[in-house]
Design a protein. Structure first.
Lengths: 318, 577
């Protein structure tokens, strides 16, 4: 896929990872010519376009699976493209799905790593405890939760969390006797009493009513599993408005021939992501290069940077 | 006139589909009887305000066909004008448009501004419905009255309140009142969930737009079916096959179908089928339609979305008073189990005469029902174990049939051995595949299943309904028939007693019952089967070395488990002559 993008001029073969990794374009062309283009009787660029068409079709199917096939209309959403390669394909995917807005985060290549680093650390514990609610032993319940809490604290403090940054949530899985599936309801921290346990059964009835439209308040309810979620809280990360309006006009760093669709290439303006200031407009065909990604702006598309550093791509005709 | 936007059409079609699936999930998650919660013998669907099927969750093919007609037919008896918000109508009457009495359908309307915009329905196979045997599927009934309680369309819930009087009439007449009550509530839950989601869709798109696209979805399905029919070779093709008795006698019963493929429609005529049986193997017209729809869809365009539009181009003639459309009050409890499978294979058989490459060889040929009921000695309560068993799937033009699976008109999960042993006073002694029941072929049919169950500490009533004992599942293009079914019991004293293919009887504590289902037919010449596949089957214990030699012409080196290729070539050459 990277080879195909390089053949079409969409990737700069000498600027991968800011120039630290070189692509050998001749070798790439030779392999694609031998293995794909010549057997099919087409030229190398058509073969490269074919490779991209196939991979795009796969990604489109993936997006449809989480939108159309669940009854959501993708036209009502924006497409966020991340990963090193996402922004190479974003315009074509959005076009195929009739989506009007594309958002490219400031550092698309490290978006997943950013997400992982800003998420809380979570450990899940579960212990089976089967008993009809009016026969539950409150002390036993309490001690099972406490045991799991001890494990959670031990685990999280080993990972460097202080007591203040550790939070516990207790839950229980309940069902009506002879059902095969449970519902999860919250359980309070601290000391548990018999009266409190009957209120847990009551919240199960209420939850069942919300989920399925009825509750069987006169029927016995069964505890099945006790669960504990131990969270190690990390400081919340807020994106900052760090991008200001530029004083000077945006200058291209280069021009090169790029194939978009059809048989001939177009002379395409190349920009550097770090040079983009808030509000500056780029008209396609254009390519924006940065250390962790390459962004392809097709003809008839335009892009503008917001104050958070996101690049917003839209169709000029819309 | 508003234009259909293809993207909105696809989004709405999927939205309705996921509503139907959510309804199914709610039903399964809240039900009490293993029949629904573990085996998932239920279906859910969405209709227009006047009862045309828009979308359904694909659980059971037999229900797929039933769901098309049941709501419309019920509305003929119970007009929409009599419905109010919060009502729920139930019925299980096979003579309106049902299958058999344990299948109870529940229909609820969705009203917007005083107008019924949509109907939601779900169908669940209840674990008991009264009648002469537990489970409501006797093999010995001669009229429908013996098969259980027949509920005409009635309002089970009125303006949001369950009618306890109706609930009591039903629960008084079944052996499993606790489960039945819980399962009715699960059926209500399914439609509650569906109504909430449908209202969300209506509030987003508006009720006119939703109605417009509902008919758009049906028209799309119709156009697609017509397009598929246009591509088929035209002509008239007949096929016939037999049922092995009606539960009372072993007399063969003929089912015959004549298929006429025209430019833009298909006619299926069952003229020539035997008159209705005295026993319970009759199929209502709704079940027969389900079989025809399923067979056509699977052979012609499996991806076809199911809606009322899909089968507009299909015309089916079911002469009244025959096995495929009996006159009241003929018994019908076992039509689903065996006859539906035979009807399906007769239609597929007719198709095999023109598009053989898209049709499987005959499969296990029955849903092989096995029910056990009695009083559980552990708690003194009545129980009823109902399970249908898979068998061998027929082989296809390019692949083997699957082993031990449900085929064609049913799709239920099995009841796990652990669940049987926890829920019932029964012990499972064996559960597995039956070697050498494959129909030999270039691609072989699947193997049949066996289960052996011992009755613990109580007297029980058992009922078994199987097929394909004498007339084994046919192969195609030189493929051979699959192995037949069998059943027997072993008395507490260890004496083996054969059982007929359909039987209802009392058994003593400690009796072991053994059920074996039929395999599937083969496809193509067995002498052309790839050697590696045969040696794999032998290695996995699925076929014996003797069968490999006799049917496939393959010789194994003595003791080594390796194929002797020279001898094999010689044997196969001789066999071909």
């Amino acid at each position: 896929m990277t080879d195909a993008n390089a053949i079409l001029g969409r990737i700069n073969p000498s600027y991968l990872l800011g120039g630290e990794m070189k692509l050998f374009l001749d070798g790439t062309r030779r392999v694609i010519d031998e293995k794909i283009a010549r057997p099919l009787g087409i030229d190398v660029e058509r073969a490269a376009e074919g490779i991209i068409a196939v991979i795009n079709a796969n990604m489109i199917r993936g997006i449809r699976r989480v939108s159309v096939e669940k009854g959501y209309d993708p036209r009502e959403f924006s497409l966020v493209a991340f990963g090193g390669a996402g922004p190479l394909h974003a315009v074509e995917l959005a076009q195929a799905l009739n989506m009007t807005n594309i958002i490219i985060p400031q550092y698309p290549g490290i978006a997943s790593a950013f997400g992982m680093l800003s998420a809380d650390v979570r450990h899940d514990y579960v212990q089976t405890y089967i008993a009809v609610s009016n026969k539950v032993d409150a002390k036993r319940l309490q001690s099972i939760y406490q045991q799991m809490e001890k494990q959670g604290i031990h685990q999280l403090s080993n990972e460097g969390f202080s007591d203040q940054s550790i939070i516990m949530h207790r839950y229980a899985d309940l069902r009506y006797v002879r059902q095969a599936y449970e519902l999860q309801v919250p359980v309070k921290n601290g000391t548990l009493t018999t009266e409190y346990i009957s209120s847990v059964a009551e919240s199960f009835h209420a939850q069942h009513e919300i989920n399925y439209g009825y509750a069987r308040r006169s029927e016995p309810v069964e505890f099945v599993n006790l669960r504990l979620v131990a969270l190690g809280k990390l400081p919340e990360m807020q994106p900052a408005k760090t991008i200001s309006r530029g004083k000077n006009a945006l200058e291209p760093i280069d021009y090169r021939e790029v194939f978009f669709e059809g048989t001939s290439s177009l002379k395409t303006t190349i920009y550097k992501r770090e040079h983009l200031h808030k509000g500056q407009q780029i008209l396609g065909p254009a390519i924006v290069e940065q250390l962790d990604s390459t962004i392809v702006i097709f003809p008839n598309y335009q892009a503008v940077t917001d104050s958070y550093g996101n690049l917003l791509i839209t169709n000029q005709r819309e | 006139m508003r234009q259909i936007d293809p993207i909105t059409l696809e989004v709405m079609r999927n939205a309705f589909q996921s509503v139907a699936e959510e309804m199914g999930a709610a039903l399964i998650r809240t039900a009490l009887s293993p029949n629904i919660k573990d085996r998932r013998d239920c279906s859910t669907a969405i209709y227009t305000g006047d009862g045309e099927l828009v979308s359904q969750a694909e659980h059971i093919p037999l229900h797929l066909g039933l769901m098309v007609s049941v709501v419309k037919k019920t509305l003929e008896k119970f007009p929409i004008e009599r419905l109010e918000p919060g009502d729920a109508v139930i019925t299980n009457d096979p003579y309106i448009s049902g299958s058999h009495l344990p299948d109870i359908v529940m229909i609820t309307p969705v009203f917007i501004d005083g107008k019924c915009i949509a109907l939601l329905a779900n169908l669940a196979h209840h674990v008991d419905i009264g009648g002469i045997v537990p489970g409501g599927m006797p093999t010995i009934s001669t009229e429908i009255f013996q098969e259980g309680l027949r509920i005409p369309p009635v309002k089970f819930r009125k303006r949001g309140e369950i009618d306890e009087e109706i609930m009591n009439i039903i629960t008084n007449n079944v052996r499993t009142s606790y489960e039945t009550k819980g399962d009715f509530q699960a059926q209500l839950a399914a439609n509650n969930v569906g109504e909430r989601r449908i209202r969300e869709i209506i509030s987003k798109y508006g009720k006119d737009m939703v109605s417009f696209y509902m008919s758009g979805i049906m028209d799309y399905a119709e156009r697609r079916m017509v397009t598929s029919i246009e591509k088929l070779p035209k002509g008239t093709f007949s096929f016939e096959d037999y049922l092995e008795g009606d539960g009372l006698t072993d007399n063969l019963l003929k089912i015959r179908a004549t298929l006429t493929i025209e430019n833009d429609r298909i006619l299926v005529d069952f003229t020539g089928t035997d008159t209705q049986a005295k026993g319970s193997v009759n199929c209502t017209r709704a079940v027969t339609l389900a079989c025809v729809y399923y067979a056509l869809k699977s052979a012609i365009d499996p991806e076809l979305p199911s809606s009322a539009g899909t089968f507009r181009p299909v015309e089916v003639n079911t002469p009244l008073g025959t096995l495929v459309n009996p006159k009241f009050p003929a018994p019908v409890s076992n039509g689903n189990i065996n006859t539906s499978q035979r009807i399906t294979e007769v239609v597929l058989g007719a198709l095999s005469k023109t598009i053989c490459e898209r049709v499987p060889a005959a499969s296990t040929g029955s849903m092989s029902i096995f029910t056990i009921g009695g009083v559980d000695p552990r708690n003194g309560e009545y129980y009823s174990y109902v399970e249908t068993y898979g068998g061998g799937q027929g082989a296809l033009v390019n692949q083997d049939g699957m082993d031990g699976v449900h085929v064609h008109m049913t799709n239920t999960m099995n009841t796990p051995t652990e669940v049987i042993e926890i829920a019932y006073p029964l012990r499972v002694e064996r559960y597995g595949l039956v070697p050498d029941t494959d129909g030999p072929g270039r691609f072989r049919g699947g193997l049949g299943l066996t289960r052996e169950i011992t009755i613990i500490d109580h007297h029980a009533t058992i009922a078994i309904g199987t097929e394909r004992r004498k007339i084994r599942p046919w192969g195609l293009m030189g493929g051979k028939p699959g192995g037949g079914s069998d059943s027997w019991l072993v008395s507490p004293e260890g004496e083996k007693k054969p059982l007929p293919s359909k039987v209802t009887r009392q058994v003593e504590p400690g009796t072991r019952i053994v059920l074996r289902t039929a395999g599937g037919g083969g496809f193509g010449d067995p002498l052309e089967r790839i050697l590696q596949d045969i040696s794999r089957d032998v290695e996995e214990g699925l076929i014996s070395i003797e069968m490999a030699r006799e049917e496939y012409g393959v010789v194994f080196n003595q003791g080594a488990g390796q194929i002797d290729e020279d001898s094999t070539a010689l044997v196969r050459k001789k066999a071909r002559r």
